[in-house]
Design a protein around this ligand. Structure first.
Ligand code: TXA
Ligand code: MG
Length: 347
């Protein structure tokens, strides 16, 4: 593949000044091309969700397995109703409380979304992003847009336009560069087709937040047990992988330092991804700090960029600190466990 990838730079706090750029991007989408745009979580790679051929270009550009369905993005509440057979009460409550925002609901599809969007399932995932550029593109588009994260399949999701460019230039019609994204991790995917909402993928909206609205919430057992077949098809693939193998270290700081020292003594070049608290103890090392371990939202913002930073040519192994699994920590650890080839526990 080698097509011209157009790049439009848009200042998200002044989208009204960029209607020409938005129009150009939307015209490409209406012609059946794929275009990447920023959302509040990560960059998405979008195409007309009602057009099978356009959606197929997303799968090809990403190298994404065909059995992994896509999220349909909308700008208005009414558009959700146009994609599904019905909106159950709990879904309505979640929509009222968290949309627009980093939440995706799985509902019964009415068949409006193309077959390959839903990978043949009878459900469709829907989300309303909370980002001025995404909203503007969706409003200008006459159709809903299917959009997975705008990375090559298996790589960390892009939190900056430059990450999209690294992975996809020459393979897609365009990239809307709206600067770095906010949340840093993808939306929480919640299945609302049963009696009780089920979290299929932890993300920007926490389990605690959902519980406050719906009372009860379940977590897909496959998230805890690798042997189960996950209900969210995407969760079974290798994901978020950095160039060099990542080892996830679960223990206190002195345990982490021991692992690092062992590897260095064996002659390995080690890169470290850590909290600022641990990073300050490693000033003479190759270390990337993602922020304070007391501020998991901050860690989430910087995590994917950190996973992209270390190159094969520089480090043989990446050691990464583990984080507490509460709040957005649940999503952070879900991604790190997928990114890791090995986990070392102190206890
Ligand atoms: O924050 C996000 O959600 C980003 C931005 C771009 O919106 N998008 C994103 O899309 O993360 P993607 O394709 O990387 O992840 C979509 C996830 C996958 O795990 C997929 O299997 C699941 O949602 N999914 C999509 N449709 C589904 C369905 N009908 N039933 C169950 N899971 C579904
Ligand atoms: Mg993805």
């Amino acid at each position: 593949m080698d097509i011209e990838t157009k790049i439009w730079k848009i200042n998200p706090s002044a989208v009204a000044d960029y209607s020409r750029q938005i129009d150009e991007a939307v015209r490409l989408l209406e012609k059946g091309e794929v275009v990447a745009f920023p959302t509040e979580t990560v960059y998405g790679l979008s195409a007309d969700a009602t057009c099978e051929q356009a959606v197929d270009k997303i799968f090809r550009a990403k190298g994404r397995p065909a059995d992994n369905p896509l999220i349909v993005h909308v700008a208005e509440y009414e558009q959700i109703g146009m994609l599904v057979t019905s909106i159950p009460g709990m879904a309505r409550k979640l929509i009222d409380r968290f949309m627009p925002g980093p939440l995706t609901l799985v509902l019964k599809s009415n068949g409006t979304a193309a077959k390959n969007v839903t990978a043949g399932l009878d459900t469709v995932a829907v989300r309303m992003p909370d980002h001025p550029v995404a909203i503007e593109v969706l409003k200008a588009s006459s159709v809903p847009l299917a959009a997975p994260s705008a990375n090559r399949s298996g790589r960390p999701s892009p939190t900056d336009a430059d990450h999209v460019y690294q992975d996809l230039h020459g393979r897609i019609g365009g990239i809307i560069d709206g600067g770095p994204t906010g949340v840093g991790l993808e939306s929480t995917v919640v299945d609302c087709t049963g009696e009780i909402p089920v979290i299929l993928r932890p993300g920007g909206i926490t389990r605690e937040q959902i519980e406050q609205v719906t009372g009860e919430v379940m977590v897909d057992p496959a998230l805890a047990d690798q042997k189960d077949q996950p209900k969210s098809p995407g969760m079974k693939y290798t994901h978020y992988a950095p160039e060099s193998p990542l080892w996830l270290i679960d223990g206190d700081d002195s345990f982490f330092l021991d692992q690092l020292e062992n590897l260095e003594q064996e002659g390995s070049r080690v890169g470290v991804i850590a909290s600022s608290e641990l990073a300050t103890q490693l000033l003479d090392k190759r270390v990337i700090s993602c922020g304070s371990r007391d501020d998991l939202k901050e860690i989430a913002v910087h995590l994917y960029k950190a996973l992209r930073e270390f190159k094969k040519s520089d480090v043989d192994v990446i050691l990464c600190e583990s984080f507490p699994e509460h709040g957005v920590g649940e999503a952070i650890m879900n991604r790190l466990e997928k990114a890791a080839v090995k986990k070392i526990n102190q206890f």
